[in-house]
Ligand binder design. Structure first.
Ligand code: PMV
Length: 334
């Protein structure tokens, strides 16, 4: 099954006529505590393992879509027209083609992120999730969240987790067509997460060196550590769920941090080596480890970019503010 067939399978026979109204949607950024790294199907973005994330309720993507009556789509990102020769343009175009239920349909898409784009802060996840929600409304598809999650996954794997607030688990699924590979809320974590803060330490705003798609492919193909990765993830998922149910923040932080480091170490051992860290990443990692010894439990996670996301409890807020004055702080409870 290819991506287009997946869309048809989910939305049915494509006779959908779009509304002429402009539709605006929002989807939150999600940060993986247990990472998705590696695909079993590159076209359908089917993962090798389950993954678990938390949404940042106020950070994400707002997208406005309307049908235009010309012969081509127009895409705007943060107020600027998207360069037709860019990789981002191609990804958007590919995704829009999946929803072009009639060749005459063209779309104006205006998308705004309130976090830096493509710097390992999951803007593609919130972006494709917001766009999926927009297509759902534009064509009045009234799909279930699980179906929207499958469709968002076709744009970017982690986008399938950006349709909910709170803690979300993405089931890897077994099927080759991926119809059992979608996300759902992990409600058992809700009361624990109410007391957790995330600090975004954004010291690098430039676009990442290598897309996560290419980096995953290279890691799966060449890293000698990759064969261990799915075992790690399974264990980490079980352990972090237990830690959250026991309100054990230290264990929670240890597992999330260890999982992120294992992902980065796995890709470092690829051929060629993939390194998303810079000198500031290493500096802040050291600082966090030192603070843990002297002040209070602060942990971190890191995605496909140099920036660091702090994980801490409400009672450590004053230390976080003092030690990381540039960090943008977000609490997970609304
Ligand atoms: O969905 P992608 O292709 O942007 O990959 C996301 C990869 C990580 O952010 C590093 C991990 C994750 O689970 O979000």
């Amino acid at each position: 099954m290819n991506a287009r067939e997946t869309v048809i399978k989910i939305v049915g026979v494509p006779q959908h006529t779009p509304t002429n109204e402009a539709i605006t949607t929002f989807a939150p950024v999600n940060i993986a505590l247990i990472k998705y790294w590696g695909k079993r199907d590159d076209q359908l973005n089917l993962p090798v393992t389950n993954s678990l994330s938390i949404a940042l309720p106020t950070k994400g993507t707002t997208t406005t879509i309307r049908i235009n009556h010309t012969t081509h789509d127009t895409y705007w990102l943060n107020g600027e027209s998207v360069d037709k020769n860019s990789e981002f343009f191609n990804r958007l175009h590919y995704f829009c083609d999946l929803f072009r239920f009639h060749p005459s349909y063209h779309f104006d898409i205006d998308t705004k992120n309130n976090i830096p784009t493509a710097a390992g802060l999951a803007s593609s996840a919130s972006g494709f999730a917001a766009l999926t929600l927009a297509f759902n409304q534009l064509f009045r598809l009234t799909l279930e969240k699980s179906e929207l999650s499958i469709l968002a996954r076709l744009g970017s794997g982690s986008a399938c987790r950006s349709l909910w607030d709170g803690c979300v688990e993405w089931e890897k699924g077994q099927r080759e067509d991926g119809l059992d590979s979608f996300a759902h809320p992990y409600e058992a974590a809700t009361s624990f997460l109410d007391s957790i803060g995330v600090g975004l330490l954004i010291f690098a705003k430039e676009k990442k060196k290598m897309s996560s798609r290419d980096a995953m492919l290279t890691t799966v193909k060449t890293s000698p550590l990759y064969s261990q990765w799915s075992k790690h993830v399974e264990q980490d998922l079980t352990d972090i769920k237990r830690a959250m149910s026991q309100h054990d923040f230290i264990r929670f932080g240890e597992i999330a941090e260890k999982n992120a480091l294992a992902m980065h170490n796995t890709m470092l051992t690829s051929e060629p080596s993939i390194n998303y860290c810079n000198a500031s990443t290493l500096h802040y990692r050291e600082k966090i480890w030192a603070l843990r010894k002297t002040k209070c439990p602060i942990y971190f996670t890191q995605d496909a970019g140099p920036n660091i996301k702090l994980l801490f409890q409400k009672e450590s807020l004053s230390v976080v503010k003092e030690e990381f004055p540039s960090a943008e702080i977000i609490f997970l409870s609304r």
